[in-house]
Design a protein around this ligand. Sequence first.
Ligand code: FES
Length: 608
Amino acid sequence: MIQRKLEVTYLPFDRSTRVPPGTTLFSAAHWIGLPIDSTCGGRGTCGKCKVRVLGDPLEVTTADHRQLRQDEIEQGWRLSCQARIYEDIRCEVPQLLRVPKAATMGLGRLVILDPNVRKVYLELEPPTLHDQRSDVVRLRDALEVEGHDMVAEVPVLRSLPTVLRSADFKITAVLAGEHLVAVEAGDTSGECFGIAFDVGTTTLVGTLMNLRTGMAAAVRSTLNGQAPFGADVISRISHAMNGAESVDELRAAVVATMNQVIAQLYAEAGVGADRTYEAVVVGNVTMLHLLLGIDPAPIAVMPFAPAFMEPLAVSASEVGLAIHPHGFIQTLPALGAYVGADIVAGVLATNIARDEKLRVFVDVGTNGEIVLGNAQRTLATAAPAGPAFEGSQIKCGMRATDGAIEGVQLSDKVELQVIGGDVKPVGICGSGLVDAVAQMLLAGILDHSGRMRSREDVPHHPLADRLIEVDGVRAFSLAEGVYLTQRDVRELQFAKGSIATGIKVLMDILGVTTADLDEIFLGGSFGSYLNPESAKIIGLVPPVEVDKIIAVGNSAGEGAKIALLSYRERQVAFELPSRLEYIELSGRTDFNDTFVEVLAFPVLETVS
Ligand code: FES
């Protein structure tokens, strides 16, 4: 559904943007790269974010009354973090963040280092007979002077009296948002860590981030411990459908894997759980359901309505993750049942929805998640690609591990690139498959309909002796015991046809053509290894110049890191579902028509 957007203009910069109703002036400014000053994380307690609204006065909030003088309010000053936009608006910004600390993240993006976790060193006045404020009030008052609100739960309060007195009331308060996570003796403000997790169906990547410097302290990845329950999300959901115990089995498996990664991160960086206060977790919708022990069954059945797609902040002890027991796990939102928080994180990392350039972002996997657009309008969808790209249902297919052919070059001979270096090839993984088919097309071994030629068709071809038959099916021999059959080519054709259709449907909705595209981003663990030229030759992506096709690496993990380092960027991620339009492909009549149109491989004369 397309939402009415409102125009907001910031002076003296004369910069405008269009936002959904209800967006704050603070957040809308950040979208267009104007970081308004703040030290409280947009919570209405530091008073630094005030702007002067021109024209009709905005409603006055309680925070405005607390932070602003009456004459300021009368002159139109408001706290931009509290002021929500419900009509076109112009405002004056007196102060942007001065020389912000920043880190380069994602695709060379400069991200302001402003984490949700803050450490505040305080030297409190010890109580006296004349000052019998409770410990909590004493702490809250001191934090308020520094511009912070505080909510303290009982588990944290249990240690408060002892820590305060043993440390002579010189302590460091740790806040995640307004939640008090810990009170530590002395000044520990230099030690502040968080973990960014990309929980993939196959692989899980964890990065321990130093929240003070914005640098990664350690990175580890491992296979998702849910693998014995099935290779893809649908088989995991099928297992979960066996009942609550099965859901719990899957939950425990992924939590155990994450804790194994966490232990390795701590060991490598010499950091402990007591200094790691937050984890930002992204993943597809099914992975996040299973991590939280929530039944994912509705994701697999029409009308594909999951239990949740909103961002959730859950206590670490509730989830069972080995960070600080009073710390938090923050998930990012999803756009649809099959366009999850991993894609939202990818959009955050690549900045597609805030930039003027028109881009396609494709995460190639069992599902091809596709995002198309720019700052004006952005669409997202998921196209069911099947398992070919993961090397499944391919006769000699395998995952991208040692012995897998990952690159193919055909001339008058066959040259192979095999994972593990100088090892005997034992199968072919997704990127090798795409390369092989592209090269077979170029070599004239496949025609553009996808039909494989036989040795009799091309008797003088230098690779004619590679054309064989396996169980009565035409095949092309890549190495001893490793070949590609006609059926494998059809599987790949189906997979690329589905993704190409998704891209075409989005381009048609947006009314753009290939010539309008500035860049194509290939993301996800598989997309990053794809040869862009081969992706273009097989017609997986529109035929733009090859240097416009860019592998963006683990964009989901980058997005999680960005959301960990900057609460402003986290807010952008939270707002993406209201900014992006999710297009459901199932049931669209143009899907089938377009699929038939793009199923064949492109005629090679058109490929430059
Ligand atoms: S009051 Fe601190 S950001 Fe608005």
